[in-house]
Design a protein around this ligand. Structure first.
Ligand code: HEC
Length: 211
């Protein structure tokens, strides 16, 4: 009686272990096939977003007459040079030839003034000219205010707000100007400019092409 019970108990235990081993084997083979490396379980590269075919909209065509809105491309110092050579007009448009040889027109307010007041323009990380050469003459480097038209024309080393300083525009002859020397020849401005930066400064969009 006791022996029979032991036999049944062992039978059930062994049967249980056999079923367990067969089941684990089945699961392994089902998942990995008959290989020990189980390559099938290797990570598959997936994107977090369901992949859609790239959208292919036709490129928008500029409407008739809007082509004029396309800007010219010109090196920053050459643009200032063209403005100085034209007699540095405050509101009148001035002509310049852009980097692609296209005849263009610009204005002080639209195209020249930003070169003196915008940061990150002459080189990445550059601070704006007007940060050092601001409207507060006492604090301004070289007592030069590059933040307004009247300040630029009034020049540097000014004794007071009303005083006329040293002309930085070479009297309209760009290559003779202090500004040209600082920007193009010595490349000292904006202060901290990397020595390997192009002498004419970065090529920027400015002005409009003339037909
Ligand atoms: C970090 C401050 C700083 C920035 C930014 C800066 N300057 Fe200057 N600038 C100076 C200092 C300081 C002097 C005086 C240098 C000296 O006396 O030798 C000077 C001198 C000049 C002068 C010569 C004035 C004279 O009569 O000698 C000109 C022109 C000039 N800067 C133009 C510019 C222009 C244009 C920019 C922007 C493209 C610019 N500066 C950006 C600090 C700055």
């Amino acid at each position: 009686m006791r022996d029979d019970f032991q036999k049944i108990l062992y039978g059930v235990l062994i049967g249980f272990v056999v079923v367990l081993v067969v089941w684990i084997g089945y699961v392994y083979v089902a998942a990995c096939g008959f290989s020990l490396g189980c390559e099938r379980a290797a990570a598959v590269e997936r994107t977090p977003i369901p992949t859609l075919p790239a959208a292919t909209l036709p490129a928008p065509k500029p409407a008739e007459g809007q082509a004029n809105l396309t800007k010219c491309r010109v090196a920053a110092a050459n643009l200032i040079g063209a403005w100085v050579s034209a007699g540095y007009p405050e509101t009148e448009p001035f002509p310049f030839t852009d980097a692609d040889g296209v005849a263009c027109q610009g204005t002080f307010a639209e195209d020249v003034a930003p070169l003196f007041v915008e940061a990150n323009l002459w080189y990445p990380g550059a601070i704006a000219c007007s940060t050092c050469h601001g409207s507060n003459l006492e604090a301004a480097s070289a007592q030069l205010d590059l933040s307004t038209y009247s300040g630029i024309v009034a020049g540097s080393r000014r004794a007071s707000e009303s005083a006329q300083g040293t002309d930085i525009l070479g009297g309209g002859v760009w290559e003779d100007s202090i500004l040209y020397r600082m920007l193009v020849v010595d490349k000292t401005m904006p202060f901290g400019r990397p020595p390997d930066s192009p002498p004419e400064g970065p090529v920027i969009p400015a002005g409009t092409p003339q037909e």
